[in-house]
Ligand binder design. Structure first.
Ligand code: BMA
Length: 754
C-alpha cells in the first residue's frame, strides 16, 4: 500500500511479522489536527498545507480566482503552528518507536509534550521539503493526549537572511531553501509560497527488528536470464536469525498473472544472521527467459510483482511485507562523437528509440493536493492522455517536485519513460558545506526511491542552470574572482556531487544540465539536448523548426489560452477580455499576448472577441507545434527525441500546455496524438518551393502504404511507399511546387502489428 493510499483510508494498521505477534505497529497520524490563527484553533487537514486549511476555514479566498493571488501573499510571511494529540498506550508496548513524516514543507520545528524533537548538531529544524523526517520517540509516552506541535517558519525570510551572508547577490533568493521552486511563481504559475505537513505522517513502533527498506537492483539482463538482487535494510536490537522469502508474479498486458516460482520456500529463500544496529541482507533472484518491458508503442509493458516477506521463523503469509514491481529492460544513453557532433539518444532493450513526449510540471500549485483522491484522478487522466497521444517519454522538469510513487507506478504501467531532473531550475545555487550536505541527503533518498521504477530512464542535474549562466546576462554582475567561484560551485554540485550520488545508488545515465547548450549556440544543433526557444522567446516563425533541429529536442513550445469554461472558472462575466486585471493575472508571460498576436497576424488574424481569440490561439499553437514534431521526426537519426513544453498546468492559466488545469485537451493535444502516431508522413519545403516527402516509421518492422498529394488546383496524385523500420525514409525527392496537403492512406494493416 503506498503512502497516498494510506491517506485515503486513515485507519490503524497493525502488521504481524513472523512468529511473534505484535512485532511492530504502524499508525497513521492524520486525525485531530488544528492550526492556530489569531489565537484561535481551526481544524487542519493532514496531509495538507496552510493555504488550503485557511481556505477551508473561510479565512482566505480561493487564490486561483480573479486576482486573489495578490491578496493571499501575507500568508507566506507568518509563522504557522499545527498541533494534534495521540495516545501512547499501544505504542508503549514496544521498545522502539519513531514518528515519520514523509514530507514537511519546509522549515519546521517539531515538539512533543513541549520538548523539541530535533536539535542535532546539524539542524535545529527540518529544512528540506524533499526528504522524509524521522524522530525517535521517548521510551514512555503518556497514556493519553501526547501533544505533537509543528511550527513552520517563513522560508522567504530565512532566504533573505541567508542571502545576506554571501558576499555577492545570487539572481534569485529562493535557491537557499530546498523547496519546490515553482511555488515562487513562474511564467505559467502563481506565487504561492506555502507550508505544511504535505505528505502522510505516521508512528512506527517495533520490538526485535524493523524492516526499514527493501530495494531491487537489476544486475543483468539477457534473453535467457534476468538477474535481480533483493536487498533489505533491517534495524535490529539484538542478534537473531531471520528468513527472507521472495515470491513473485508476472503480469503482462491485459492483466493476466502467472506465478514465477511455484515452490516459494525452496526457490528464493534466505536465512540470515543479523546483529544489533543496521543490517543489509540480500538475495539474488534469477528469472528464466524474462519477458521484456517496452516503452509505449513498441511492445507490452510486462511487469513482475515481487513479494518480499521477512520473518523470524519460516511461517510466511505469502502476501508479502512489501511488493516491488519490476519490468526487465535495458536503458542506455548513447553519446558518441559522429560527423554532426555528438549523438544523444536512448537505446531501450538494445534498440535505438525515438522519444516522443512532453515536459511535466506539478499538477497543482499546492503539492498536498496531489496526494488525495482528486489528485490521483488528475495524475491518471494526464498520464493516460500521454499514452493515448502515442508518447513514450515524460520529462519531470527541475522547477517542480520529485513526483509521488503513484505517478511513477502509472508510468511503469503505461510504458512512459521518465527523464528526471533534480529539483534545480533557472537560477544559481549556493554551495556551502551545509547546503551540499543537505542536497546530498535529498539526492540519495530520491535516487534510491525512484530507482525502483522501471520507467526511470535518465537523471538530469538541473533545468537551464548552465544555459542561464552562459546566456542570461548574469555574469556581468560579478567580478572575475566571483565568476570563477560561481563556476566552481556549479561544477561541484552538478558535475561532482549529483553524478556521484547517481553512480553510487543507481545504474541509470546522468546528464549534468538541460539543455547542454542554449539556443543561441551553434553546438545546440550538433550535440546534446536542446531547448529551442527562438520560436516564442525569439519571436521567430514556425518555419525555422527544421533548420533549428538539434540532436534531442527537450523543450520548445508556444502558448495558447485555455477553453472558455476554464476562463469562466476564474473570471466574472465582465472580466472576460484580455486586458482585464483577472485575465492579465492568468497570463504570466510578460510578452504573452504580444507574441500570440504576432503569430495570429502572421498565420490567421487577430479576432476582436475572447471566444475567437481562444480558438485561434489554440489553432496556431497546434499548427506550430505540429510542424515542430514533423520536423524533428523527419530528421531522425540526426534528432532522436522531441519533448514539447509543456504537457499540463498547475492552475487555470494561459500557457504552453496541451492539457489545461481541469484536464481539457486543447487542440494541441489532439494534434500531438496525430503527429506522434507510429507512422506519419512529413514534408520539408525547400527554398526553391519544391518538397521532399518523408514517411517516418517508429515501428520495428517495415511498413507499406500510399501517399496522396493534393495540389492547389485540386488535382491529386497517389504514390505507394515502403518505409524502413525504425527510421525516417525520404519517399519523394523534390516534388513539384503547388502542394496543398500530403496525407497517408491505406497503411498495410498487417504491418502495423508489433
Ligand atoms: C522553459 C522552462 C520554464 C519556462 C518555459 C517557458 O525553458 O524551463 O522555465 O516556463 O521555458 O518560458
Amino acid at each position: 500500500m503506498n503512502c497516498s493510499m494510506r491517506y485515503l483510508f486513515p485507519v490503524f494498521v497493525i502488521l504481524f511479522f513472523g512468529c511473534q505477534t505484535k512485532n511492530s505497529l504502524e499508525m497513521d497520524l492524520h486525525q485531530n489536527w488544528s492550526f492556530e490563527f489569531n489565537n484561535q484553533l481551526y481544524p487542519a487537514t493532514i496531509p495538507g498545507c496552510i493555504h488550503t486549511d485557511l481556505m477551508n476555514a473561510g479565512i482566505i479566498p480561493d487564490p486561483f480566482y480573479r486576482c486573489n493571488e495578490d491578496s493571499v501573499q501575507w500568508v507566506s510571511d507568518s509563522i504557522w503552528v499545527y498541533r494534534t494529540t495521540f495516545d501512547g498506550k499501544e505504542i508503549n508496548k514496544f521498545k522502539h518507536a519513531e514518528i515519520v513524516f514523509s514530507g514537511l514543507d519546509t522549515y519546521a520545528e517539531v515538539y512533543l509534550n513541549g520538548a523539541p524533537l530535533l536539535h542535532t548538531e546539524e539542524n535545529n529544524f527540518c529544512d528540506n521539503m524533499f526528504l522524509p523526517w524521522r524522530f525517535p520517540l521517548p521510551k514512555t509516552l503518556k497514556k493519553k493526549n501526547n501533544e505533537l506541535v509543528i511550527k513552520f517558519l517563513p522560508s522567504e525570510k530565512i532566504n533573505e537572511e541567508k542571502a545576506k551572508q554571501l558576499p555577492y547577490a545570487l539572481p534569485d533568493h529562493r535557491v537557499f531553501t530546498r523547496k519546490a521552486p515553482y511555488q515562487s511563481g513562474w511564467d505559467w504559475g502563481p506565487k504561492l509560497v506555502t507550508c505544511g505537513i504535505y505528505q502522510p505522517v505516521k508512528i512506527v513502533a517495533w520490538n526485535n527488528f524493523y524492516v526499514e527498506n527493501i530495494e531491487l537492483i537489476q544486475k543483468k539482463l539477457t534473453d535467457e536470464k534476468g538477474v535481480i538482487e533483493v536487498v533489505a535494510t533491517i534495524v535490529a536490537e539484538k542478534e537473531m536469525a531471520l528468513d527472507m522469502l521472495v515470491s513473485g508474479k508476472q503480469k503482462a498486458e491485459g492483466g493476466k498473472q502467472k506465478e514465477i516460482c511455484e515452490n516459494h520456500d525452496n526457490l528464493y529463500h534466505l536465512r540470515a544472521k543479523i546483529t544489533p544496529g543496521i543490517n543489509k541482507i540480500s538475495k539474488i533472484i534469477e528469472i528464466e527467459n524474462p519477458e521484456r518491458w517496452w516503452p509505449n508503442g513498441l511492445g507490452a509493458q510486462t511487469l513482475y510483482d515481487f513479494y518480499i516477506d521477512i520473518s523470524t521463523c519460516k511461517l510466511f503469509n505469502h502476501k508479502g511485507h512489501k511488493k516491488i514491481r519490476w519490468g526487465f529492460r535495458t536503458i542506455e544513453l548513447i553519446q558518441e562523437k559522429d560527423d554532426i557532433g555528438e549523438s544523444f539518444y536512448f537505446k531501450i532493450n538494445e534498440v535505438p528509440v525515438f522519444m516522443k513526449g512532453a515536459n511535466w510540471i506539478p499538477t497543482h500549485s499546492f503539492v498536498s493536493e496531489m496526494n488525495n483522491e482528486k489528485g490521483q484522478a488528475r495524475y491518471k487522466h494526464l498520464l493516460e492522455s500521454c499514452k493515448d497521444a502515442n508518447m513514450n517519454m515524460i520529462r519531470v522538469w527541475g522547477g517542480g517536485i520529485y513526483e509521488n510513487d503513484y505517478f511513477y507506478n502509472l508510468c511503469d504501467e503505461l510504458g512512459l519513460l521518465v527523464w528526471q531532473d533534480f529539483m534545480f531550475a533557472c537560477a544559481l545555487y549556493p554551495a556551502d558545506s551545509a547546503f551540499l550536505k543537505n542536497v546530498k541527503k535529498e539526492a540519495e533518498y530520491q535516487v534510491k526511491r525512484l530507482s525502483q521504477h522501471s520507467c526511470l530512464a535518465l537523471w538530469c542535474g538541473n533545468n537551464e542552470v548552465k544555459n542561464g549562466w552562459e546566456d542570461w546576462d548574469w555574469q556581468r554582475n560579478y567580478s572575475p574572482e566571483q565568476r570563477a567561484e560561481i563556476g566552481k560551485n556549479m561544477y561541484t554540485l552538478f558535475n561532482e556531487l549529483l553524478p556521484n550520488v547517481v553512480k553510487n545508488n543507481d545504474n541509470r545515465p546522468y546528464h549534468p544540465s538541460s539543455p547542454l547548450w542554449g539556443w543561441g549556440h551553434p553546438e545546440s544543433l550538433t550535440e546534446g539536448d536542446s531547448h529551442y526557444w527562438g520560436v516564442w522567446w525569439g519571436e521567430e516563425p514556425f518555419e525555422v523548426w527544421l533548420p533549428k533541429t538539434g540532436r534531442f529536442m527537450s523543450e520548445y513550445g508556444f502558448q495558447s489560452y485555455p477553453q472558455m469554461s476554464t476562463i469562466e472558472s476564474f473570471t466574472l462575466p465582465e472580466e472576460r477580455y484580455l486586458e482585464s486585471p483577472a485575465m492579465k493575472n492568468h497570463q504570466k508571460h510578460p510578452r504573452g499576448v504580444q507574441i500570440i498576436n504576432k503569430a495570429m497576424s502572421q498565420y490567421a488574424y487577430i479576432p476582436d472577441n475572447l471566444e475567437d481569440y481562444v480558438r485561434i490561439s489554440q489553432e496556431i499553437q497546434a499548427y506550430g507545434i505540429g510542424k515542430a514534431i514533423e520536423a524533428h521526426r523527419l530528421k531522425r537519426p540526426h534528432c532522436m527525441g522531441t519533448l514539447y513544453w509543456q504537457l499540463n498546468d498547475c492552475w487555470p492559466v494561459a500557457s504552453w500546455s496541451s492539457i489545461d488545469f481541469y484536464g481539457n485537451w486543447k487542440l494541441l493535444h489532439h494534434t500531438v496524438k496525430e503527429k506522434f502516431a507510429p507512422v506519419i508522413v512529413a514534408t520539408e519545403t525547400l527554398e526553391n518551393g519544391t518538397t521532399h516527402i518523408y514517411v517516418v516509421n517508429d515501428l520495428l518492422h517495415e511498413v507499406g502504404g500510399e501517399i496522396v498529394v493534393t495540389h492547389t488546383d485540386s488535382t491529386t496524385a497517389v504514390m505507394s511507399f515502403l518505409a524502413k523500420a525504425n527510421s525516417s525514409s525520404l519517399i519523394v525527392r523534390d516534388y513539384r511546387k503547388g502542394i496543398l496537403k500530403v496525407e497517408m492512406k491505406a497503411i498495410n494493416a498487417d504491418s502495423l502489428k508489433n
